[in-house]
Design a protein around this ligand. Sequence first.
Ligand code: GLN
Length: 468
Amino acid sequence: MNFKDLTISKASKLLRDKKVTVKELVGYFLENAQSKNSKYNIYLEIYDDIAEQISRAQKMIDAGKGTELTGIPFAIKDNILIEGKIASAASKILENYKATYTATAAQKLIDQGAIFIGRANMDEFAMGGSTENSAFGVTRNAFDLERVAGGSSGGPTVAVATDCALAALGSDTGGSIRQPASFNGIVGLKPTYGSVSRHGLMAMASSLDVIGPIAKSVEDVELIFNAIKGKDEKDSTTVEGEIPDKVKTIGVPRAYLKKGLDPDVLQNFENSLGKLEKAGYKIIDINLPNLDYTLAVYYILMPAEVSANMARYDGIKFGQKIDGKDLIDGYFKTRGELLGQEVKRRIILGTYVLSAGYADEYYNKAWQVRNLIKNDFAKAFEKVNLIALPTSPTSAFKIGEKANDPLQMYLADIFTVFANLAGVPAISIPDGTVRRDGSDLPTSIQLVAPHLGEKRLFQVGAKFETIR
Ligand code: GLN
């Protein structure tokens, strides 16, 4: 049987109708994973208990207890814990760290009989937008091996795009699900902040982090989101609920669509808007006056939270240790040698913006502007039901192109970080390709909904897939 272009909904039907076994289905993705890994550098580890996971899932199906996710092969980002398995966040400092408990989101999938093929590569501790910051090598783009996968969820995304998994769990703090999804031509959802538990996700910036699904279709992403969402007593920030899902109007912050946006990427976006309009949605210009400050605010608040969260990796509380001549020398050696440059840059930046005398000027001011940005969205959503903009200003860039220029790299997040700052959900859906050096590279439209408005994203997203 040909498993190419399979989606979760199609695969689970095949499994439940007994047209294929879990072993056959997972076998296809596993063989790909094994044969393609040296080329793309997707998996940091392919698990050794897949046979047991398969037989557990098959038993569930045979007993009539299967759900749509039973037997579906997933990749998991290396910063989400599964008890007994290594989770390194692609960092040397956690190279041998074995998780002592399972993340709520992963557990919910395991309870439904989903299969985890392996842990996938990422930017170290999710800090980056290209997976070049992994301590274990860069992941390559599914459409062009000389280009980046995007990041930080590069491994999980390329796993899905190259049929080395049928779906994946990633995390998104400033765009880490949506941007790689866009670079690799698949769908990624950053859920409402708190709608998916962060329990068992290694914290990067706790007020922005969220776990979310990566898959081949909007329907698949919806299936996974419905399985992993919900209140969790182990994460007090979790929220539940839904808002009315009718969508008639879509707002576009036109004034913002300028900076660094490639003309052909913009053209694909305009074409998509045209199609949505034809499908009956009213496209309206909106104004989000404080959007210009999102990157500045993000790159103050995020490192501040990073610096606090990273304090635990000192070789004593967590992580590998390098001994020094005394305690302080040991700290310096451990953190100096086992953490990557970008992680250290953000710890230093974050410590600076939080330091006495500067906290008011930077950190507290950034929080005030964050509130203005939130208000902008609340106001815009009084006028429109959804907001649309491109996911990324460019298609996938070349490996090494931005690696030595952090500011250029940070600019790549210009269309994604606002959703994390405002806490609202956003989905990235492929909307075309652009030609670069002989390769056709995917681009995406991003749809943004109010708090707990995921259903709107799924409704319009699924429609868009039929008209694009
Ligand atoms: N690229 C962004 C950053 O470097 C987003 C990362 C993320 O979402 N984890 O911070």
